[in-house]
Design a binder for this molecule. Structure first.
Ligand code: HEC
Ligand code: HEC
Length: 385
């Protein structure tokens, strides 16, 4: 008992010796802005558009399919080829390499239940619809619905699991329905990929309960970086809330030429693809009878400003998901911070009065602090197994 008390007192003294208060301390505005990035983790919710969301048997089937190379035409690739659990569910490449070089960087799969739109351009409005795209895409898995139907129904184990989840025999379904159901099982698995608590979350909660010793465990450089993030840097105008994203689309001046003479239209093309898709939430495969999940899709219209806009990415686990941006053109966090420090206003094509971005002209110290902060957003990644 005495010993325990002594150890505790020593631990507190050590924490205290390290405790360097930020000067001046965070004011009320800063405090409110910081608290808005939590709490974490968020409560788990099922996707109303996917009737098998959250069902253990669907999750198990989806997990199997996610790693199954039979989902690719040549039986040599799976979802995990580009979304590798060992690499935080991304591929570590600037642009993905499937059957051909992709225009875009593979998005690290995590916390997907929080997304309103999927993909860098938001070409899908549900996780299951976005899981159909790579199966059919010529550059990714390139499987036709007919061939998928054949492979699912002729493999006894997969067919039995499929029948158990969807209550039908795979071979009795039509190929398009099998495709949608496979995607819904894939979505059920992907929803279980979540990132855990981070040093930032510990600090945020300590700030909320005014626990000074716990706050002092968060490095001072990260605290200064956080001050920049919610303050002068205006990062939190777009990277907001517990998942550090508005979930919407912006232009931050990353060149959008996919190759010489060909542009990636970003959100503009994403809206066109979304509206044309038979798998969007307005279509017959949405399991949400009330259709309230389809409201945002109903109202989205392509505007001129959407050219060259890309989805604001979450910053959770960002230190582990290099390289960065929709085309993987920035290799490190230092390069990203340099980009925001020197952003070229000529490149931004939105109206100047609604621009959030100005070159920040950060000092070397400020750049280091901002990176130190971004590094505290990493936590363990978990997925159903
Ligand atoms: C060849 C590499 C490759 C393969 C294989 C692949 N993906 Fe992707 N994935 C990508 C790329 C690149 C993006 C970004 C695409 C975009 O923005 O249009 C992406 C984006 C996604 C997203 C969007 C995540 C978000 O936050 O918006 C999901 C979900 C996804 N993939 C699931 C899958 C599933 C499920 C499979 C297997 C059926 C799969 N992917 C196979 C490269 C790949
Ligand atoms: C106007 C909205 C906006 C502001 C302000 C903003 N960002 Fe971003 N951020 C984005 C968008 C959009 C992207 C993706 C752009 C692209 O791929 O073309 C992005 C990408 C990033 C990435 C790369 C993440 C990845 O996974 O590829 C990081 C890191 C980042 N921002 C950090 C910051 C920091 C730090 C600040 C403040 C200095 C900041 N952002 C300010 C919208 C914004």
């Amino acid at each position: 008992m005495r010993l325990a008390a002594l150890l505790l007192a020593t631990a507190l003294a050590v924490a205290h010796a390290d405790a360097q208060p930020l000067t001046p301390p965070f004011d009320d505005t800063e405090r409110a802005a910081i608290l808005a990035h939590g709490p974490w983790p968020p409560a788990r919710v099922n996707d109303p558009s996917n009737r098998v969301s959250g069902k253990p048997e669907a999750i198990a089937l989806g997990r199997r399919l996610f790693f199954d190379t039979r989902l690719s035409r040549e039986r040599n690739r799976s979802c995990a080829t580009c979304h590798d659990p060992e690499k935080s569910f991304t591929d570590g490449r600037a642009r993905s390499l499937g059957r051909a070089l992709h225009d875009r960087n593979a998005i690290a799969l995590a916390n997907l239940s929080l997304n309103r739109w999927f993909g860098w351009a938001g070409a899908s409005d549900s996780l299951w619809a976005h899981s159909i795209r790579p199966i059919l895409d010529d550059k990714e898995l390139a499987l036709s619905p007919g061939e998928l139907h054949k492979r699912v129904s002729t493999d006894r184990n997969t067919a039995a699991r499929y029948a158990k989840v969807f209550g039908l025999q795979a071979d009795a379904d039509d190929p398009e329905l099998v495709l949608v159901n496979v995607a819904k099982a894939l979505a059920a698995f992907q929803e279980t990929i979540v990132t855990g608590r981070t040093p930032f979350d510990e600090f945020r909660d300590a700030l909320e309960r005014n626990d000074r010793p716990a706050q002092a465990r968060y490095p001072l450089a990260a605290q200064r970086g956080l001050r920049l993030f919610v303050g002068r840097g205006r990062c939190a105008a777009c990277h907001l809330g517990p998942n550090f994203t508005s979930g919407e689309f912006e232009d931050v001046g990353i060149p959008f030429f996919a190759e010489k003479g060909r542009v990636d239209p970003g959100r503009h093309g994403g809206i066109a693809a979304l509206r044309a898709s038979p798998f969007n939430l307005l279509g017959r495969y949405n399991d949400d009878a009330g259709r309230s999940s389809a409201l945002a899709t109903q109202h989205v219209e392509p505007l001129h400003r959407n050219w060259g806009e890309f989805r604001v990415p979450s910053l959770r686990n960002v230190a582990r998901t290099a390289p960065y941006m929709h085309n993987g053109s920035l290799p490190t966090l230092a390069a990203v911070v340099r980009h925001y420090s020197e952003v070229d206003e000529e490149r931004l094509h939105g109206a100047p009065e609604r621009r959030l971005l100005k070159p920040l002209r950060l000092s070397q110290q400020e750049k280091t602090d901002l990176i130190a902060f971004l590094r505290t957003l990493s936590g363990p990644v978990a997925a159903a197994n």
